[in-house]
Ligand binder design. Structure first.
Ligand SMILES: Nc1nc2c(c(=O)[nH]1)N[C@H]1C(S)=C(S)[C@@H](COP(=O)(O)OP(=O)(O)OC[C@H]3O[C@@H](n4cnc5c(N)ncnc54)[C@H](O)[C@@H]3O)O[C@H]1N2
Ligand code: MOO
Length: 418
């Protein structure tokens, strides 16, 4: 058993980063079809296997011609070139109707949109067969309305770096390049549990004294959107024996594949703070971080007899404390490993005075819009509705006890927490 730690925010962040890197580093790779790869992290860099566009093609519905043929004379119209066909070479003195996306035939060097042609319509098959002619403006430049081979990306060029998180546009690019599957990092398996005899699952009626478990749903959603594969155990009760038995069973059921166990609740000074009481004897350190909300914290490598060592992080139970802990400590630790974008930071003006506890970094939730930060709710860590109505945090340092209205503040944009 170790004595309780007292750490600054940055010390605890560094400690957790270290634990997470050791436990979740080298996750291994798997090959996935593109339609299963949304939100996953690329394991290897990708170069373009072909150019995009793969051949010169038309940007407009119009006529493919050679500028050398343009003049006062009309041109004989030949068979049309639709998208998806291999175009025959264009003969001198002719114009080929060409559709958007169709290959520009050899011999043509420009496309003239149909609107500039006279007549400004395409002939039918019978008209073409009987020698339909078109007059085209002589001012067209070579290359006009032609999307050149490789003008988007050239074969062999780097496309996406290893570590890229695959979103709709990067997946669209891979699909456009004809790549059907990609090597991605395996998602780290996380076991998530809540503690507290007062907690019942959402959707269940409340008996006197009970409340609904908000943290399992909230932390599971945060971890899933960060790219973890989360298994939830639900609520473990506050008796040390049954807590240990349930934790052991849950670890067993995961066939020792969990990289991280995350708990909330049961870590402060109460008479029934089971997580602390039990795990302090199995390698987990508990203490306080100079931060509010999210002061009580626990972390370490859990060594339970008969189970492989696994990283264990214990967040406080108040829902806002748990979520702030995720944003301040766990998400930054996961960011590099999983290719998560860093939270954006913006300068804003504070709309109203806020008070802050001395000697602690106070994290206030609020709404950022148009260069202005409006605090939502107070400082208390049970204010879940105000958290859900917020899109950002401000961090008030240890030495500040009052921030007047109009103060410039650095805002951390968290959006909806995904
Ligand atoms: N004497 C002291 N008491 C407390 C201290 C302290 O330093 N000395 N610290 C306070 C702070 S700060 C926090 S934060 C909490 C942390 O307590 P625990 O981590 O032990 O959490 P619990 O006591 O289990 O629960 C706290 C609070 O949150 C509710 N809760 C818990 N889990 C959930 C959940 N999954 N969903 C919704 N709500 C949950 C629980 O009912 C309690 O109201 O300790 C203070 N006390
Ligand atoms: O540190 Mo606690 O999170 O204030 O309620």
């Amino acid at each position: 058993m170790t004595s309780p730690f007292r750490r600054s925010v940055s010390e605890h962040r560094a400690g957790l980063k270290d634990i997470i890197e050791k436990a979740l580093g080298n996750p291994g790779t798997e090959i996935l079809a593109l339609d299963r790869a949304l939100g996953r992290t690329l394991a290897t860099p990708i170069a373009a296997p072909r150019s995009l566009p793969p051949w010169d093609n038309s940007q407009m519905d119009g006529y493919a011609v050679n500028t050398a043929d343009l003049g006062p004379e009309s041109l004989r119209v030949v068979a049309p070139i639709a998208a998806g066909i291999a175009a025959p070479a264009l003969q001198p003195g002719t114009a080929a109707p060409i559709m958007t996306g169709a290959p520009v035939p050899a011999g043509a060097n420009t496309v003239i949109p149909i609107e500039a042609a006279e007549p400004d319509r395409f002939p039918g098959e019978a008209e073409t067969a009987s020698g339909f002619r078109v007059r085209l403006p002589a001012i067209a430049e070579p290359g006009s309305y032609i999307r050149a081979t490789g003008s988007d990306i050239a074969a062999g060029d780097p496309v996406l770096a290893a570590g890229t998180r695959l979103g709709p546009t990067s997946l669209g690019l891979l699909a456009g390049l004809g790549i059907g599957e990609v090597a991605v990092l395996r998602r780290p398996a996380v076991l998530l549990l809540s503690t507290g005899d007062e907690l019942v699952a959402p959707g269940t009626e409340l008996a006197p004294g009970q409340i609904h478990d908000a943290n399992t749903t909230m932390l599971a959603a945060a971890l899933e959107s960060a790219g973890c594969a989360v298994t939830t155990v639900g609520v473990l009760d506050d008796s040390p024996e049954s807590f240990m038995a349930s934790l052991g069973q849950a670890l067993e059921a995961g066939e020792r594949s969990y990289r991280l166990v995350l708990s909330s609740g049961g870590i402060s000074m109460g008479a029934f703070d089971v997580v602390k009481e039990v795990l302090i004897n199995h390698g987990i350190e508990f203490g306080s971080v100079a931060m509010q909300p999210g002061g009580p914290q626990g972390a370490g490598i859990l060594g339970l007899p008969g189970h492989a060592p696994v990283a264990f992080i214990a967040f406080p139970g108040n829902p806002v404390s748990a979520f702030v802990s995720y944003e301040m400590f766990l998400r930054p630790a996961l960011a590099e490993l999983l290719g998560l974008p860093e939270r954006q930071q913006l300068l804003a003006t504070l709309t109203e005075e806020v008070a802050s506890m001395p000697h602690k970094v106070q994290i206030r939730r609020g709404s950022y819009s148009g260069g202005v930060f409006t605090p939502m709710g107070g400082a208390s860590s049970h204010l879940l509705a105000a958290l859900a109505g917020s899109n950002s945090f401000i961090l008030i340092d240890e030495d500040t006890t009052v921030l007047p209205a109009g103060s410039p503040v650095q805002v951390l944009i968290i959006g909806d927490g995904s």
